[in-house]
Design a protein around this ligand. Structure first.
Ligand SMILES: C[S@@+](CC[C@H](N)C(=O)[O-])C[C@H]1O[C@@H](n2cnc3c(N)ncnc32)[C@H](O)[C@@H]1O
Length: 238
């Protein structure tokens, strides 16, 4: 009999981002956020494909103030510092934010903060200072409630934000290209705490965005990108 009050274990693995990051070497920045292929950090060419797509689709320019939601350890964020005047990265993981601060923070304008994304968007004191938002490789890990809150609150409170880049979303319509066998249960595919988070089709994502006021445009991934066969990126605009 289960005598404690904790929830029963799930029948599939869950991902604790903070715990996982702490298990990796201190300088394994891509490993800490699981940007790996067969357990090895992705190549510089792959990172460059990501950064190029973000810069061009967000149309980053030197006067932009960029918010990076669920920024991890800042290894990706730092590649964008030359393209914006000021920057704030927010992540739930205390460990990943400590790595970001140690290695990537540039005072006084390029900063990192430890907080849940939904709590942060509700509590930011000066939301109107931001002009662009990035959320890369992370949105699928927000609960349904948090996902709604983030999109809705960005629309309402962050009124100067023209566009949001949401990247590396797992595509429910292309599940079979990732899971050739042992397809996970629907419960796992709909669980933000699972290894990949919530899988959504582009149609589902467009609906979620539109309920918060945003129009979604989907970006054709570069065919060289290692996850192009099952993930997609989107740009939201007003
Ligand atoms: C795969 S990492 C991506 C990090 C970074 N955006 C990048 O692309 O390099 C996913 C990140 O989402 C963060 N995360 C998950 N749920 C979150 C939430 N509710 N609020 C803020 N961060 C969250 C995790 O701590 C983790 O750092």
């Amino acid at each position: 009999m289960n005598t404690d009050n904790s929830k029963p274990a799930k029948s599939y693995p869950v991902l604790d981002h903070d715990e996982y990051a702490r298990s990796r070497p201190a300088d394994d920045f891509w490993g800490q956020i699981k940007r790996t292929i067969n357990g090895k950090p992705v190549t510089e060419e792959q990172i460059s494909l990501i950064v190029t797509s973000i810069r061009s689709n967000l149309q980053l320019h030197p006067e932009d103030v960029l918010l990076d939601l669920a920024c991890g350890n800042g290894a990706l964020s730092t590649r964008l510092f030359d393209n914006c005047r000021a920057f704030l990265g927010v992540d739930l993981s205390a460990y990943l934010i400590s790595v970001a601060r140690k290695h990537h923070e540039v005072l006084p304008d390029y900063l990192f903060l430890q907080q849940a994304a939904d709590q942060y968007v509700l509590s930011e004191a000066q939301p109107q200072r931001f002009s662009k938002v990035l959320c890369y490789g992370s949105f699928s890990y927000f609960s349904e409630d948090a996902a709604h809150t983030v999109l809705q609150t960005l629309f309402e409170r962050f009124s100067q934000v023209q566009s949001i880049y949401i990247g590396n979303l797992p595509d429910r319509d292309r599940l079979d290209l990732f899971y050739k066998e042992n397809r996970p249960s629907d419960a796992e595919l709909n669980d933000h705490a699972s290894r990949i988070g919530i899988w959504r089709s582009q149609e589902e994502f467009a609906k979620l965005a539109s309920e918060a006021g945003w129009q979604a445009r989907f970006i054709n991934a570069n065919a060289q990108f290692y996850a192009a066969h099952y993930r997609y990126d989107t740009i939201l605009s007003r």
